[in-house]
Design a protein around this ligand. Structure first.
Ligand code: ADP
Ligand code: MG
Length: 350
């Protein structure tokens, strides 16, 4: 990693009344990273972001930004800016005046402020909108102004708390691309909070998966998806087939079948796209079972099959919609996966 821009050490937050918001988090975000905190509602993402911003004091633990301890630095003196879902543009100011707000507070010269405003509006793709008021902009455009306004302060770390969640799906996807580009072009470190796996995958260099006030795993989207370490990470990031049972060497006895694992373990996962289906599978599939198709869900580019294994559990298999073999419910099939496609998980329950 490059120089760390945000460091959280042993952070705990217990709210008055005893609710544990954050239950012990260590995290380092490198300079220039697009870093996401991903997890279900209530897992502590916003609390952690507000602690970075200085809007919330941790019960214990320490925060550094840009290498500097922040414990005694109030929010308005921290080199951070926060962008929310519900944006707080000044309605009576124009786009240019909104973006100029931060620099003018710092007594930046008129000339320099104009230069910053021009550069920021160029960055977010809103050149030509300088004189409009927020109510003359679409939701996506307003959110771009909010980001330009935050970046005009040249923060060391830009903090974003579900900034796209009020936008409809098409606009959200478009804004994800825009945000990723803005982050890369500005080189600013982003810490981005979302409960949406697709959103985190689309933009992040690295993601911290959070559950119940803790971090389950940190990694690139690819690492997290392909090699989840915990049951929570495996099931939260997309669908998966989970097997739980008794280890016997590297075999796992579960629910009437024996699954061969790449290593000893009591819990293992295999993604539906790694589960093959056919009339007869070749020997490369060292986990191979006969079964009956229970249902078929056509999803456009892919088809999802649920197959009940003989004397065993059901498994999900995802196949390309144009695959030559497309069985129907009730049809007898063989289904299987390679041992190497299985991931052995931590068997601590969540
Ligand atoms: P997320 O952003 O992941 O949805 P939050 O950080 O908002 O989660 O909340 C984490 C936990 O802390 C939740 O149980 C929430 O109810 C609780 N919480 C958040 N803010 C407060 C508060 N001001 N007072 C008491 N409990 C709070
Ligand atoms: Mg939140």
């Amino acid at each position: 990693m490059t120089r760390p821009d945000a460091e959280l050490r042993a952070i705990r937050k217990v709210y008055p009344g005893g609710v544990v918001g954050v239950a012990g988090v260590d995290l380092t975000v490198g300079s220039g990273e697009f870093f996401s905190l991903l997890g279900p509602s209530g897992c502590g993402k916003s609390t952690l972001l507000r602690i970075l911003a200085g809007l919330e004091q941790p019960t214990s633990g320490s925060v550094r930004i840009g290498g500097e301890p922040m414990d005694r630095v109030p929010a308005h003196h921290r080199p951070t800016n926060l962008v929310f879902q519900r944006l707080a543009l000044f309605p009576h100011l124009t786009v240019a005046q909104n973006v100029a707000f931060g620099p003018s507070l710092r007594h930046t010269s008129r000339r320099e402020t104009a230069e910053i405003v021009g550069r920021m509006l160029d960055l977010v793709g809103l050149v030509g909108y300088e004189r409009r008021h927020p109510d003359q902009l679409s939701g996506g455009q307003q959110q771009r102004v909010a980001i330009a306004r935050a970046l005009a302060n040249d923060p060391t770390v830009l903090l974003l708390d579900e900034p796209l969640s009020s936008l409809d799906l098409n606009l959200r996807v478009q804004m994800q691309r825009a945000l990723k580009r803005i982050q890369q072009e500005s080189g600013t470190t982003f810490v981005y909070v979302t409960h949406d796996q697709g959103e985190a995958f689309a933009m992040s260099d690295r993601i911290a998966v959070m559950n119940d006030g803790r971090i389950e795993q940190v990694g690139s989207p690819r690492e997290l998806y392909l090699t989840p370490r915990t049951r929570f990470t495996a099931t939260f990031l997309g669908d998966t087939n989970l097997f739980e049972g008794e280890a016997d060497g590297t075999d796992l006895r579960t629910d009437g079948i024996t699954v061969r694992l790449p290593a000893r373990g009591n819990v293992a996962s295999v993604r539906p796209e790694h589960v093959a289906i056919g009339t007869r599978l070749d020997d490369g599939y060292d986990n191979r079972f006969s079964g009956t198709v229970r249902d078929v869900v056509f999803q456009g580019s892919v088809v999802r099959y649920t197959v009940v294994l003989d004397g065993g559990p059901s498994v999900s298999s995802e196949q390309s919609a144009d695959a030559p073999f497309h069985p129907v419910p009730g049809e007898r099939v063989e289904t299987g996966w390679r041992t190497s496609a299985l991931t052995v998980l931590d068997d601590r329950p969540t």
